[in-house]
Design a binder for this molecule. Structure first.
Ligand code: ATP
Ligand code: MG
Length: 216
């Protein structure tokens, strides 16, 4: 595993964790918006190995998901890949990944963990959330039309201490989900314009998500 190195100071690093099964424009638009609004030096995509929250379902091979995410991100100079979770045996916890970035970038670096708004309340219930909140900020993307005030209140109710570290951003057009893309493939429907063409080609080439799938 190599961790991307930059000499720019102060370092502001976005960490985009996910299953990316498969990666889609929701992920890419969110990462780009976060990078733009928070002047991040880079956004690092970190595909999960075997995510603890999806234990019940079988997930596509980690390196296959890594490869698709690499195809989707390689044309953006600010985007980077990190294989730390894919290389780690067993389940990975976000705190361990964030700590590895902290060690690599040093105490002055500002780390921003990027996620969908729906996930942020769940994240606040995570194991070792206090440690995680000490290490990084969170950027939670919500769709236009989402009740921002309601979300803000919910975040504040869960923890006043953490809430200043949670930044909400509005991101357009994001009804896209990996679940919907997998379902479309199962049903033989189109996935065009929901994710980058090279990823669509890779999915077809490898015959992913079709047949008697192991997904939900
Ligand atoms: P699944 O449908 O399998 O849950 P997903 O589309 O939610 O997949 P993940 O890999 O689970 O994709 O998501 C990675 C991260 O991206 C999570 O933080 C998630 O909240 C966020 N995310 C997923 N889809 C979107 C979207 N359309 N817009 C913004 N953020 C998203
Ligand atoms: Mg999801």
């Amino acid at each position: 595993t190599r961790i991307y190195c930059s000499t720019q100071k102060p370092l502001k690093i976005g960490i985009m964790g996910g299953t990316f099964d498969p990666v889609h424009y929701g992920h890419l638009v969110t990462a780009e918006a976060a990078s733009d609004l928070f002047s991040l030096s880079t956004v690092i995509f970190v595909p999960s190995g075997r995510p603890p929250h999806k234990r019940a379902f079988s997930v596509t091979d980690p390196w296959e998901r890594y490869g698709m995410t690499e195809l989707a991100t390689c044309s953006n100079l600010r985007f980077r890949m990190c294989d730390i979770e894919v290389c780690r045996p067993g389940y990975s916890y976000t705190i361990d990944t964030v700590r590895a970035f902290r060690t690599a970038y040093g105490e002055e670096a500002e780390l921003y963990f990027i996620t969908g708004a729906d996930a942020i309340l769940e994240i606040m219930t995570w194991h070792r959330i206090d440690e995680l909140m000490k290490e990084c900020h969170f950027i939670a993307a919500y769709r236009p039309g989402y009740d921002r005030e309601h979300l803000r209140d919910a975040v504040e109710q869960m923890s006043r201490d953490f809430s200043q570290r949670i930044h909400l951003i509005e991101v357009p057009a994001l009804a896209i989900s990996s679940t919907d893309i997998r379902r479309r493939l199962q049903e033989g429907r189109t996935i065009k314009y929901l994710l980058p063409e090279p990823v669509i080609h890779r999915i077809a080439e490898r015959g992913l998500y079709v047949g008697s799938g192991t997904h939900e």
